[in-house]
Ligand binder design. Structure first.
Ligand SMILES: [Fe+2]
Length: 448
């Protein structure tokens, strides 16, 4: 399968092998940074009941890599069969993990390094085609493990945000941009489009297969909702007016005295926020961050709008009205570069709304990829023809009405774990994640 837009040859095994090696090395560099920017006692402490101790993530990354690459792909014996249970995410919920006899930091580092050394040998010698083994076809297992490590790196960055006290993490701010003056919303024409993928080599089971989806015409915000816009909702009494809230959301904000995004506090006439241990004035032009689905939903209702469905979001991000094709990213099929999107922890914050003109969709929608995860109105459900792979716990056990889908990735997501088809999900009350949103509204069919 050669991608017509980029000439990327997905079935060139050597190109995929290089891609897998680079993805694994990039992930490990980031893991090392995230576990060396605080002292060891900070790695073993639990900073929030919502999160694991950082040292758990570290050894769990190694354990999953051992399980899939060393044992399943290469058929090796277990290096440390005694620790499997400790690092099984389904056996022990996060709140319980600090009380387990976890490997101490030095041992966790050595274990992950030992696994990695062997995994790289296996990467060199594994056939990527012609064996009939679905797990290694196109290097899927290696891509899956690189994505898994990057997802835990994002989780560890969330833990650093929840920690109180300084953290030795630095990154330059995104480039300042002139205030965005384009249209506030974009019309996405009605009609079918191709949702999901059957060709992206490392797409996960829940992104598959590609299928036609009919989406009526709708308008969607050109950029994510900004702090300034969100502050107008607060100033208008948004958190005290029951009309805007789903009943469970209203009960939740009452019970937990929530009256602003997480990490915000009012100081006289202005809003301040805590960001990686430092306090700063909330920047007006950045996409709002750390809001729950209920908050996003309430804002949208207050604004006379609604959240986009997952299919609407993906159509806005991937549908090229000129060719009728769905592309890998809003800008086409090329892999993301720093000109396209704010990804990979290159910055420790979202970029101002309206940034990244080179990354906009054919219809002109900006920042769909990177910056903030975007809540959609949709529950996490399987696509028609879904098959759990390589195991049910990857996605299937999460399907249902409990979780809402988020799309697009945040500044904390690496490119290997981000594409136009990628689906994330969480409980509607969650907001320690790097979550924001944009809004939508129905268009009359005759406006197409
Ligand atoms: Fe995991």
């Amino acid at each position: 399968m050669t991608d017509p837009g980029t000439g990327t040859t997905f079935d060139d095994p050597e190109a995929l092998r290089k891609r897998a090696l680079a993805a694994l090395l990039t992930a490990r560099e980031r893991t090392a940074l995230l576990t060396s920017c605080v002292e060891d006692p900070e790695l073993t402490a639990q900073h929030s009941p919502l999160m694991s101790p950082l040292v758990w993530d570290l050894a769990h990354i190694g354990n999953q890599e051992e399980l899939w690459l060393l044992r399943t792909v290469a058929g090796r014996d277990a290096l440390r069969p005694d620790i499997d249970g400790l690092y099984d995410a389904f056996e022990h919920p996060r709140a319980e993990r600090p009380s387990l006899p976890l490997l101490p930091p030095a041992e966790a580092r050595n274990y992950a390094a030992e696994v990695r050394g062997r995994a790289l040998d296996i990467l060199e010698s594994t056939a990527f085609e012609g064996t009939g083994a679905r797990l290694t076809e196109a290097g899927f297992a290696f891509g899956m493990i690189a994505q898994h490590e990057q997802q835990h790196d994002e989780t560890m960055l969330i833990t650093h945000q929840l920690r109180r006290g300084p953290v030795a993490l630095t990154a330059p701010d995104p480039m300042p941009v002139p205030a965005f003056t384009g249209p506030a919303e974009v019309l996405v024409p009605g009609g079918p489009f191709t949702m999901g993928t059957s060709t992206e080599p490392w797409a996960l089971d829940n992104e598959r297969p590609a299928h036609a989806r009919l989406v009526p015409p709708f308008f969607i915000d050109t950029t994510p909702v900004t702090n300034e816009a969100y502050q107008a909702f607060i100033a208008d009494g948004g958190y005290t007016d029951r009309r805007w809230w789903a009943p469970e959301g209203w009960a939740h904000i009452r019970e937990h005295s929530i009256d602003a995004p997480l990490f915000w506090r009012r100081d006289g006439g202005q809003w301040l926020r805590r960001r990686f241990g430092a306090t700063e004035v909330v920047p007006a032009d950045e996409p709002v961050l750390h809001v729950s689905w209920y908050e996003a939903d309430a804002y949208a209702r207050w604004a006379g709008r609604r959240l986009p469905s997952e299919a609407e979001w993906e159509k806005a991000a991937r549908h090229d009205p000129e060719t009728g094709r769905s592309t890998r990213y809003p800008w086409g099929d090329a892999d993301p570069t720093p000109e396209h999107a704010n990804l990979g922890q290159r910055h420790l914050r979202p970029a101002p709304a309206g940034s990244y003109p080179a990354g906009q969709s054919p219809l002109g929608v900006r920042q769909l990829i990177g910056d903030v995860w975007e809540w959609t109105s949709s529950e996490l459900l399987p696509y028609p023809g879904f098959h759990a792979f390589p195991y049910k716990e990857y996605s299937e056990v999460f399907f249902g009405s409990e979780h809402k889908v988020l799309r697009g990735g945040s500044f904390a997501v690496d490119a290997v774990a981000c594409r136009g088809t990628f689906r994330n999900w969480d409980y509607p009350v969650r907001r320690q994640i790097f979550s924001g949103f944009r809004t939508a509204r129905d268009a009359r069919p005759d406006s197409v």
